[in-house]
Design a protein around this ligand. Structure first.
Ligand code: HPA
Length: 286
């Protein structure tokens, strides 16, 4: 059997475990990237399942990144959500099926919408650390896909459309929420790289030429898996730094985590606002 196949039985086991722990069937799944994990602590009726206890769920090998799957509610119980506090990345050496397993699990549990967040370097002119960007589209620069191997028709079709990988109606809702909260949400194309090294200045110039506005090391594979399963995707980048070569500075991880920490209040308010909007029936195509 091909290593990328047989996700359906693996998912069934994980679904059975989660259902044995909580009756919350999520409508929305959240992937909480750098600095945002604390959002899951604000959920109502919370059930916290360490990744290590969920059968099949990969656990990050990065120290201090032990993750949880948190199930709970938003908007005083009006919306049921699942949240991944942390994720595993391709650069850690995990197989691509593991990288997307959490997203597939949240969808298998019932989520019809995936809200994915990340930290990214800003490529567009004028971007500054602390900006928030709505993902309009992506460039998958990892040279991998979660869909290689025998297609599992129980999950989705062989050749899924990626025309509207990021849902326009959810994006419009996010714009309205940001405007109501008094800040400008940028929009752009996210380039997903393998990492873990940051880009060279030449790579950043290449990505700009290719049409990217921000660059990071996650998200694109999760979006592909979510679209394969028919979920709608909303994506946000926290621009934690100006991409390599575009400023006089060199890059370091502390700058990324410091900015994510500084922006997390506004980022969490945006997430909350969007989820409250979804609970109220907004973010659906007219
Ligand atoms: N490049 C890639 N990934 C990132 C960056 C970057 O500049 N900043 C945060 N994640």
């Amino acid at each position: 059997m091909h290593s990328e196949s047989a996700q359906a039985p693996r998912l069934e086991k994980a679904v059975a475990y989660v259902k044995s722990q909580t009756s919350v069937a999520p409508e929305v799944g959240l992937v909480l990237g750098s600095g945002l994990g604390g959002y899951a602590d604000t959920l109502g009726d919370r059930v916290v399942l360490p990744f290590a206890q969920v059968p099949g769920m990969p656990v990050s090998r990065v120290v201090g990144h032990a993750g949880n799957l948190v199930l709970g509610t938003v908007a005083s119980g009006a919306l049921r959500v699942a949240a991944m506090q942390g994720r595993v990345h391709l650069y850690e050496g995990h197989p691509v099926a593991d990288v997307v397993f959490g997203v597939r699990l949240m969808i298998a549990l019932g989520a019809k919408t995936i809200l994915v967040t990340n930290a990214a370097g800003g490529i567009s002119e004028g971007m500054v650390a602390g900006d928030l960007m709505l993902l309009e589209d992506h460039l998958n620069m990892t040279a991998q896909s979660p869909l290689t191997g025998t297609n599992e028709s129980a999950l989705g079709v062989r050749f899924p459309d990626m025309t509207r990988a990021y849902d326009p109606a959810l994006g419009a809702l996010a714009d309205e929420v940001a405007a109501a909260q008094g800040f400008k949400l940028l929009r752009g194309v996210y380039a997903g790289m393998l990492g873990p090294q940051y880009e060279t200045p030449a790579e950043v110039r290449m990505l700009r030429t290719l049409g990217a506005h921000a660059v990071g090391m996650s998200t694109v594979l999760e979006t592909i898996a979510a679209r394969h399963m028919g979920a709608r995707v909303l994506g946000f980048s926290c621009i934690t730094n100006v991409a390599a070569g575009l400023s006089k500075e060199t890059l370091n991880h502390a700058e990324v985590t410091d900015t994510a920490e500084r922006v997390k209040g506004r980022f969490m308010a945006l997430l909350e606002g969007v989820l409250v909007g979804i609970a109220a029936g907004r973010g659906v195509a007219a």
